[in-house]
Design a protein around this ligand. Structure first.
Ligand code: SF4
Length: 318
């Protein structure tokens, strides 16, 4: 990974945001609000309005039961998230998008995993803390926000004190993000597309650019720039990921332009160049290859030209 610049340490909040809510009963209010989505789901911009409590399910196929694929200590995230002891990853099953190049398709699209109770999830969170993880990293959690908040409350009662990382595809509704304000400490969203054409072709949602840009602005309003502790470990803020797709540099340019002009060149950017034509991507001829060295260098130059000063660019993979 090539660092765009060194991560800086700032003066830090002492406790995660959800604890402040928990003491005032605010977390309970959020749980109550969140559960209304189970009877009329608007957690992502698809706004399916399905009643998940009565057995209906929308695009993501999530019903009323929480479904989790795996939880584990993980070292492969950005340096301030993985730190030295790893991030406590929880992979939720299902997804609100349908990206043809999804690396997580076994549990995102095929929904591998098992149905568990919020109490069981609370126990997983505490185990990850006991293993020494720096944070809890909820991966693709949008469709299970109500149950995750309920689990969080139970975990806090069992002594959980870790920051919450919300690791999302960026396709979150304003209603979903309102539930997380003051609960999530670190937003780790993708910004996959800024152009409607590739968003529709490769992920099935031409509204993704507008929806994700609105979502990222709200996430940034809630948590601001990345803050790290004296050891460089993230405690609050936002890191934006963008995966460079082959032959789609115009899209990458517009993603960078949006971030630079409408959020800030000071944000932490994580530019991913690891794209592999897997799962359903091979049916698109233009996606059936890795990015070229020329594409890599062009994008790297744009990062410098736009003036981004924080974050990382993955090394080029042959
Ligand atoms: S989270 Fe699932 S059910 Fe809810 S609006 Fe999105 S796709 Fe539909």
């Amino acid at each position: 990974m090539r660092a765009i610049s060194k991560v800086t340490s700032d003066r830090l909040p002492e406790i995660p945001g959800y604890l402040k809510l928990d003491g005032s009963g605010g977390l309970e209010d959020r749980i109550r609000e969140a559960h209304k989505h189970l009877s009329r789901c608007r957690l992502c911009p698809r706004y399916c309005h399905v009643n998940r409590l009565s057995g209906q399910s929308g695009y993501c196929a999530a019903a009323d039961r929480l479904r989790v694929y795996k939880y584990k200590q993980h070292a492969g995230e950005e340096p301030p998230v993985s730190g030295t002891r790893g991030s406590g990853i929880i992979f939720f099953s299902g997804c609100t998008l349908g990206c043809c190049f999804c690396q997580n398709f076994p549990f995102s699209h095929n929904r591998l995993g098992r149905d568990i109770s919020p109490q069981t999830l609370a126990g997983m969170m505490v185990v990850l803390q006991e293993q020494g993880c720096h944070n809890l990293n909820w991966v693709t959690p949008t469709q299970f926000i109500p149950q995750a908040l309920e689990a969080l409350k139970g975990a806090v009662q069992m002594g959980l004190r870790l920051p919450i990382v919300y690791n999302t595809n960026g396709y979150d509704s304003p209603e979903a993000l309102a539930l997380l304000d003051g609960v999530v400490d670190i937003y780790l969203p993708d910004l996959k597309y800024a152009l409607a054409g590739p968003a529709k072709n490769y992920s099935g949602r031409k509204d993704y650019p507008a929806a994700s840009q609105r979502a990222l602005k709200e996430m940034f309003r809630q948590v601001g720039f990345l803050q790290t502790d004296e050891n460089g470990i993230a405690v609050k803020g936002m890191i934006v990921r963008h995966l460079v797709l082959p032959g789609q540099l115009e899209n990458t340019f517009e993603v960078l332009r949006f971030l630079a002009e409408e959020i800030s060149t000071q944000i932490h950017l994580s530019l991913l160049t690891q794209y592999l034509p897997i799962w359903d991507a091979r049916r698109f001829r233009e996606l059936n290859r890795r990015i070229s060295p020329q594409e890599y260098e062009t994008v790297y130059q744009w990062v410098e030209d736009f003036g981004f000063v924080n974050g990382w660019v993955q090394d080029y993979f042959d």
